[in-house]
Design a protein around this ligand. Structure first.
Ligand SMILES: [Zn+2]
Length: 309
């Protein structure tokens, strides 16, 4: 009875099977194609939990991200479109700090907060004649300066050409982390002979600021001695740099070689930090229970700074 219908049933099963197979193949090809097309920015961070640390891939949680250790120099320039974020205007808060040509003196938020704290302390010392000459400069502004006739180039004893105005992309100012200062009665060149200049040289690291271009490091930094230029790197990093007398270039080499550096601050709480350097393509580990920040170094390394108390 059933035998005449059997070939039709088999045919239907084969057709349905082929349809399903076709659909599955089509869906797989579509998924693969759409994955390739996905833009970089749309890729989500992958986090996996290990024993007591969280591993994250190259893009850290944005709220933990700081660019405070990014290099910006001749060997490691910033992209033209690099912009710090978020930015605050120093002059809005402290109108007694004058500026040369403009009231706009923006700094990246972390540098801004640290700078204001430092200024409050400086004012409490009775130093009230500080001028902020320059803070954030974008790539185009740096190009204007670089191409102006104000730039001087000096050849050092070791034969290296050093400049007083950095090439576009090679300036700390594009990071929004640098402040140039002088007193209202002095020049920027003699800032290190003034009381505020000496105070900032001595105590700036307590607020995370370093003298970015020391006289002894011109061959490493490629920039002339700039007693007026201070750069925010963060408190534990500034402490180690000062303690070991390292400029930023040498400090990042030191981190790359050391891998892990423990820092105990001389503050009342004896705050402890651990600084961990990760090579490019290494899995970055961050703590689950302690506060931390992640910064790149503009050389494909990643630095995690953990605060323990
Ligand atoms: Zn500067």
């Amino acid at each position: 009875m059933n035998s005449p219908r059997k070939p039709i049933v088999y045919l239907l099963i084969i057709i349905v099977y082929l349809l399903i197979l076709g659909l599955l193949t089509g869906a797989t090809i579509w998924m693969l194609l759409s994955m390739d097309k996905k833009p970089e920015s749309a890729k989500r961070m992958k986090i996996t939990v290990t024993e007591n640390r969280i591993a994250c891939n190259a893009e850290p949680d944005e709220t933990r991200r700081t660019d405070s250790l990014l290099l910006a120099n001749e060997n490691y320039p910033l992209n033209a479109d690099y912009e710090p974020y978020p930015m605050y205007n120093t002059c809005g808060k402290y109108s007694q700090f004058l500026s040369y040509n403009s009231q706009d003196m923006p700094l990246q938020a972390q540098a801004y907060n640290a700078f204001l704290e430092m200024m409050e302390k400086l004012n409490a010392q009775g130093y009230d004649n500080l001028l902020i000459i320059s803070t954030y400069r974008d790539y185009n502004k740096q190009s204007e300066l670089y191409n102006s006739d104000r730039r001087t180039v000096i050849v050092t004893d070791e034969g290296r050409e050093i400049t007083d105005i950095a090439r576009p992309g090679c300036s700390d100012h594009q990071l929004g982390l640098a402040v140039d200062m002088q007193t209202s009665v002095g020049s920027k060149e003699n800032f290190d002979t003034t009381s505020p200049g000496q105070w900032i040289s001595q105590y700036g690291h307590d607020y995370g600021f370093i003298l970015r271009y020391p006289e002894k490091d011109v061959n490493t930094t490629g920039v002339v001695y700039e007693p007026w230029h201070f750069r925010f790197v963060g408190i534990p990093h500034a402490a180690v740099m000062r303690n070991k007398e390292l400029c930023l270039e040498d400090y990042l080499d030191f981190l790359r070689e050391s891998r892990t550096v423990d820092v105990q601050m001389a503050d009342k709480k004896h705050t402890c930090f651990q600084i961990i350097y990760y090579q490019p393509n290494e899995r970055v580990l961050v703590p689950r229970e302690y506060s931390y920040t992640i910064s790149g170094d503009n050389r494909n390394g990643t630095i995690v700074t953990i605060k323990y108390n």
